[in-house]
Write a protein that binds this ligand. Structure first.
Ligand code: EPZ
Length: 420
């Protein structure tokens, strides 16, 4: 298994180009199942999760071609409705093909995604919403079996929690349903806005984009489109923390500050200087960091996908910070590893108290999910001595050319490849 060797203590200085958002690209790729002509997605990052979704779509009979410069051409129609366990177990976002398959083919058989390192993560809200659109759904042998022999019908759906994936699955099914669907308490993440805008380009009729009430008037078919994926706000946030931790000065080309309001506010309170400049964001840190409390929440609140990276930042801030995780029940696996690097963090239920220390020390570490892993890379960039981050495959799922981007700004970071 590959690992990263990092020698910490060097300020990151220079420019990093922000990639397209993984969590926008995945549902957009699933939306290609709905189109009667090819869907062309630009700015799709080259990541393990994108390759997994490509494999799944090919399994369903789609033609998927990656062109130079990150363009993905997805052409249908889908020829079969089975999303097998072997692919779904590699990536939970595979469940996003459920709504589109059901709408397009009138049936879907999708392996139930299991729990994962950050929590049990059920899909009950996806299934309930699709059932309200008229789908007959049952579970059999670890699979979700969904049928809509008479087609889907618009419905009023109120989500008890604004789940990102459930909103996306219901939205993608509703665009081809008969009549009007209203999704109340819809998730408002920018990735959902990106999906809805692309669906509208394909001929869907969705209103209320960016709000918690999506109104969808079903249409009988969707065409192809050319759509550019939004910049990755979590990658941006990760590099903002990297610059702040190392006392660096970075220009993040292509970053979209409008998607980062809560994070920018907390970073500024912590003493990080961030300016919106033409073409992106400039971030630097000159003085000391101070502890700031944050609580993760659905968008537009502080993103759970930035909790681990922000915790690394707080681990070297002056004073204490309380970090509360409300979205996932088990998203503190980075804490013991950060503590092994000299951080002083105690977890009490859904909150972690971080008492800032003057500096972290390098150590061999590993993590069990993407954001926890990158928080250890950030810790390594700031720490004295060498940090070895094991299980790099987690990072490859969500960070495009991570070590290349960091090394170009002065980080001493190298990947050691190991034969499988
Ligand atoms: C999306 O996951 C993201 N993944 C996650 O990104 C992100 O952490 C999460 O949204 C929250 O922002 C993609 O976009 C591909 P949810 P998703 O449904 O859709 C519970 C990353 O690192 N829930 O909003 O799975 C669930 O268990 C990641 O890139 C139910 O109870 O998130 C969780 O506690 C990981 N029943 C909470 O809601 C359901 O049917 C939020 O989940 C659905 C969700």
């Amino acid at each position: 298994m590959d690992r990263l060797h990092i020698r910490g203590g060097r300020p990151l200085i220079g420019e990093i180009a922000i990639s397209g958002a993984k969590n926008a690209a995945l549902p957009l790729m699933a939306a290609s199942l709905l189109a009667s002509a090819p869907l062309i997605l630009e700015n799709v990052p080259d990541l393990a999760d994108i390759r997994t979704m490509t494999a799944l779509l090919r399994e369903l009979g789609m033609e998927v071609t990656r062109e130079a410069s990150g363009r993905l051409v997805l052409a249908g129609p889908p020829r079969q409705a089975l999303a097998p366990y072997d692919i779904v177990r590699r990536m939970r976002a595979s469940v996003l093909v459920l709504g589109p398959l059901l709408a397009r083919l009138g049936e879907a058989r999708v392996s139930l995604p299991g729990g994962c390192a950050i929590g049990t993560r059920p899909v009950d809200l996806h299934l309930k919403g699709l059932a309200e659109l008229g789908a007959e759904i049952h579970l059999e042998g670890g699979y979700i079996i969904a049928r809509s022999p008479k087609g889907l019908r618009g419905a009023d759906i109120a989500l008890p929690f604004p789940s990102v994936g459930a909103t996306e699955n219901i939205l993608m099914a509703a665009v081809l349903a008969q009549g009007r669907t209203v999704i109340a308490n819809a998730a408002r993440e920018p990735e959902i806005g990106d999906l809805a805008r692309c669906l509208n380009l394909m001929g869907a009729q969705i209103e209320g984009i960016g709000t918690d009430r999506l109104v969808i008037d079903g249409v009988s078919r969707l065409e192809g489109a050319i759509h550019r994926v939004i910049p990755d706000r979590i990658e941006t946030g990760t590099y903002l923390c990297a610059a702040a931790l190392t006392g660096g000065d970075l220009f993040l080309r292509g970053a979209e500050p409008g998607h980062l309001t809560a994070l920018l506010k907390s970073l500024r309170e912590a003493g990080v200087t961030i300016e919106t400049v033409p073409g992106g964001l400039r971030v630097r840190r000159e003085g000391r960091l101070v502890g700031v409390d944050v609580m993760t929440e659905p968008y537009p609140g502080f993103p759970t996908d930035m909790q681990a990276q922000f915790m690394t930042l707080m681990s070297v801030a002056e004073g204490a910070a309380m970090i509360t995780e409300t979205v996932f029940e088990n998203r503190f696996m980075h804490v013991p590893e950060l503590n092994r690097m000299g951080a002083r963090i105690n977890v009490h239920g859904a909150s972690a108290i971080v008492r800032g220390v003057p500096e972290l020390q390098g150590a061999p570490v590993m993590a069990t999910d993407l954001r926890a892993s990158v928080s250890l890379v950030l810790a390594g960039l700031a720490a004295r001595g060498e940090t070895i981050v094991n299980r790099v495959y987690h990072l490859d799922r969500g960070y495009e050319r991570l070590e290349e981007k960091l090394a170009a700004c002065g980080a001493a970071i190298e990947r050691w490849r190991e034969a499988a």
